[in-house]
Design a protein around this ligand. Structure first.
Ligand code: ZN
Length: 180
């Protein structure tokens, strides 16, 4: 982990349609990870909303000291890259899911965070996909600047353990109603 700025996904270089089907049998999901087939990767992401025509690629993360979260949404390449720590051990990572302006002089924020435990590769992949999907949604569907890390983490945190996730869940995560 680097500085505790509102970005829990170290390598997330930032940088989806109500009328389209929310679940994606046709989405291209590929695994470059030893020991995980394309079909397994697809199965892991079942029930999550599709990212338009973007390709989803699972890659290994060869970390130096400890496993952590890493993923990116590549708008130019129309690709979402999700990385799984190799070797994989369970790990915890603090996820910042809300920020609120504090009253007083200058700009100060209060952060709300939760330490999330990742025991399985499946949990890592679903969390990362939800996070990156929100970047995609903000950029491609809502036309907003996508660097909204806390919104992406809030959406991921709320939803990565749920079997089915919809656009409505995303819109709910974008409405700030979090008390710090
Ligand atoms: Zn991000």
């Amino acid at each position: 982990m680097q500085a505790r700025l509102p970005h829990t996904i170290n390598a997330c270089t930032l940088l989806l349609t109500r009328s389209r089907p929310p679940y994606a049998p046709g989405m291209v999901i590929r695994s470059d990870l030893d020991g995980m087939t394309d079909a397994e990767a697809r199965h892991i992401l079942v029930g999550l909303p599709r990212a338009g025509d973007y390709e989803v690629v699972v890659k290994p993360l060869r970390y130096r000291s400890s496993p952590h979260l890493a993923a990116r949404c590549e708008f130019e390449e129309r690709r979402i890259v999700l990385q799984v720590p190799v070797p994989f051990h369970r790990f915890k990572e603090p996820v910042l899911y809300a920020a609120r302006r504090k009253r007083g002089h200058g700009i100060r924020f209060a952060w709300a965070s939760e330490s999330v435990s990742f025991r399985l590769r499946r949990e890592v992949l679903r969390f990362l996909y939800c996070h990156e999907w929100m970047h995609w949604y903000l950029h491609e569907e809502l036309g907003k600047k996508s660097a909204a890390e806390t919104a992406c983490d809030r959406f991921a945190l709320r939803n990565f353990r749920r079997p089915r996730v919809s656009i409505a869940d995303a819109d709910a995560a974008l409405r700030r109603r979090v008390r710090v």
